[in-house]
Design a protein around this ligand. Structure first.
Ligand SMILES: [Zn+2]
Ligand SMILES: [Zn+2]
Length: 160
């Protein structure tokens, strides 16, 4: 893994504006630990504030939430059938827990907020310093890409 550049972006993990670093690595298709076929370069943008992948998904969508709510509702409904917990010593604990989980997940679904799209979030990012390097403070060169020559880093004005 090699750091090849940096820029500014909205981080999906810590949900704030952050400097993100582009890390690149070369991957091979392995056959019994022998690299056989070169698959090419891959890259990730890593947030410098939380050190997580700034573009990964961290929140679950409303569809997943409603599905989980339905599963929990079914379990709760089954437990509350007459005689369902007869013979189970701690049946009332199971019922209480199921009811609490049902209430909790209902609340969780109701509190669901739609995330603004990544492009909307990116539109409000303050621009990155295009004159000096964030790591070493040396002036950047543009030829035509914006680069810090001593750090061997590309500076991205926009990330997409
Ligand atoms: Zn972050
Ligand atoms: Zn530098």
């Amino acid at each position: 893994m090699k750091k090849v550049g940096y820029g500014k972006d909205h981080c999906n993990a810590c949900e704030r504006e952050a400097v993100v670093e582009k890390w690149r690595w070369f991957t091979w298709f392995h056959f019994f630990w022998i690299p056989l076929i070169p698959l090419g370069f891959h890259h990730n943008w890593v947030c410098t504030l939380c050190l997580k992948d700034a573009n990964a998904r961290y929140t679950s969508g409303i569809v997943i939430k409603i599905f989980l709510l339905l599963v929990i509702f079914s379990v709760t409904a089954l437990l509350f059938q007459p005689n369902a917990t007869d013979g189970i010593e701690y049946g009332w604990i199971m019922k209480t827990l199921a009811a609490l989980m049902f209430l909790g997940s209902t609340f969780w679904v109701m509190m669901h907020k739609k995330q603004p799209s990544k492009s909307t979030l990116r539109a409000s990012i303050t621009p990155i310093d295009t004159r000096t390097c964030l790591s070493c403070g040396e002036p950047l060169t543009s030829n035509p890409k914006l680069l810090c020559v001593p750090c061997k880093l590309e500076v991205y004005k926009k990330i997409d």
